[in-house]
Design a protein around this ligand. Structure first.
Ligand SMILES: *Cc1c(COP(=O)(O)O)cnc(C)c1O
Length: 425
């Protein structure tokens, strides 16, 4: 097998520089809570391919389902000749997403595509145009979703012009907004919407229940319910982007449940299919069905192999109670992170929910972000064999996103490597 160094030389000659990789090692295999590179080195996986392999890499049921499907047929295009697997995924989505109302789903290939379609549906159903998004939001990299995403570098720099009719309002971010209550933060955001956009112009309010890329920001309790209630009153569609939080990551099937909200539309992707590209918009039948036949779709959306993988992933989540596993991961990791915070004044806050945990780094005694220390810790972690991601508008947040099937031993080893990375500071 070619070495990572060899592969890196080949890559530099043919792969676009704009597509970068976090570590210099090339993957040979992965499963459980580990990954092995082509040089035979083992890594502890605290990334899960960015919250995708919640059931683990090459989960047995997922592998079997893919093999069976791939031998029957690989693609017909659901818009040409439909098949059961697509329908079955939509049945699961209707049953699993919050809300006891009649629902419909449409399937796509990527998270960004799902968000774009949720916006299309909301605009079509309401006859309005304005989309409200939040500080620190991340919704993807296509033209419309770049406009919805907050952070310029690296996601938007040089890629404009961006889509119009997108309005950004303040997020509830307790560590950085002086601990404003959820109700106060919502009242402030709503005031901005009413003054700067106008309630009757708002097609949709789009929000991640726990922000991902933007820094694992958990809004203060009550913020999301207040926005959902306002949207209802204003005749706007409330869209929860659960692409990173969904499928057991936060200790529930969907993070919306943690706050008791029932979004009108939910976008899902990442964790849905054990690593195969699949995404969905799920929501109220009357909104989803407002769109004329043929108005939604795409060549590959709801590919049969991806759907088979999703059905097996969902079955695995149920059988192994991966929502419970996410809560267990938190119960093990949070005390270790809190102890780390007690030792290192550079840690401003430990936050998150379930297996979506974050460490925000600041200049001690302040809330001034320390991106350099964050990068140094990530680098030390990578050198020691820990796949560790950072995030945040200010680049100063370390995020833990292990696969939910990680063993206690692997979790312990990963946390020890993280503690050692802090000790190198
Ligand atoms: C990753 C992500 C997206 C974009 O998904 P892609 O599959 O990368 O297009 C959108 N929203 C959230 C919350 C995400 O985490």
């Amino acid at each position: 097998m070619a070495s990572s160094d060899d592969l890196h030389r080949r890559r530099s000659a043919v792969v676009a520089r704009g597509v970068s990789s976090m570590i210099p090692a090339y993957v040979s295999s992965a499963g459980g809570g580990t990954m092995t590179d082509v040089d035979g080195r083992e890594w502890i996986d605290f990334a899960a391919g960015i919250a995708v392999t919640n059931v683990g890499n090459s989960a047995p049921k997922v592998v079997a389902a893919i093999k069976e499907q791939v031998e029957r047929f690989t693609h017909t295009c659901f818009m040409i000749a439909p098949y059961e697997q697509y329908v079955a995924v939509c049945e699961e989505l209707a049953a699993l997403t919050p809300g006891d109302f009649e629902k419909r789903s449409a399937l796509f290939n990527s998270g960004a595509e799902a968000v774009e379609n949720a916006v299309k549906i909301a605009r079509h159903a309401t006859g309005r145009q304005a989309i409200v998004v939040f500080d620190h939001a991340y919704h993807g990299r296509t033209n419309l979703t770049m406009a919805l995403t907050a952070k310029v570098m690296p996601y938007k720099q040089g890629f404009g012009p961006f889509a119009p009719e997108i309005y950004r309002v303040p997020m509830s971010y307790p560590f950085r907004d002086g601990g404003r209550s959820g109700a106060d933060a919502a009242a402030y955001a709503i005031g901005q919407i009413e003054k700067h956009v106008g309630a009757s112009n708002v097609a949709a309010v789009l929000i991640e229940p726990v922000q991902g890329e933007g820094g694992f920001v958990v809004p203060a309790a009550g913020f999301l319910p207040a926005l959902a209630a306002w949207s209802k009153q204003a005749g706007a569609v409330f869209i929860a982007d659960e692409i990173q939080t969904g499928f057991c990551r936060t200790g529930s099937w969907f993070a919306s449940e943690d706050e008791g909200i029932e979004p009108d539309l939910i976008t899902t992707a990442k964790g849905i299919a054990g690593g195969l590209p699949l995404a969905a918009v799920t929501g109220r039948a009357e909104l989803m069905d407002a769109v004329h036949p043929g108005g939604l779709g795409g060549t590959y959306g709801g590919n049969p192999i991806a759907c088979a993988a999703a059905l097996a992933s969902i079955e695995t989540m149920r059988e192994l109670d991966l929502a419970g596993a996410a809560r267990h991961i938190e119960s093990v990791a949070r005390p270790r992170l809190e102890a780390l915070a007690a030792k290192h004044p550079i840690i401003g806050e430990i936050r998150g929910r379930g297996a979506m945990l974050a460490v925000e780094l600041v200049v001690p005694g302040s809330i001034e972000p320390d991106a350099a220390a964050t990068a140094a810790i990530a680098k030390a972690a990578h050198e020691s064999g820990l796949l560790l991601l950072t995030c945040g508008t200010y680049g100063n947040v370390i995020r833990l996103l292990p696969p939910l099937i990680i063993s206690d031993d692997e979790l312990d080893r990963g946390l020890t490597l993280l503690e050692q990375a802090f000790a190198t500071l």
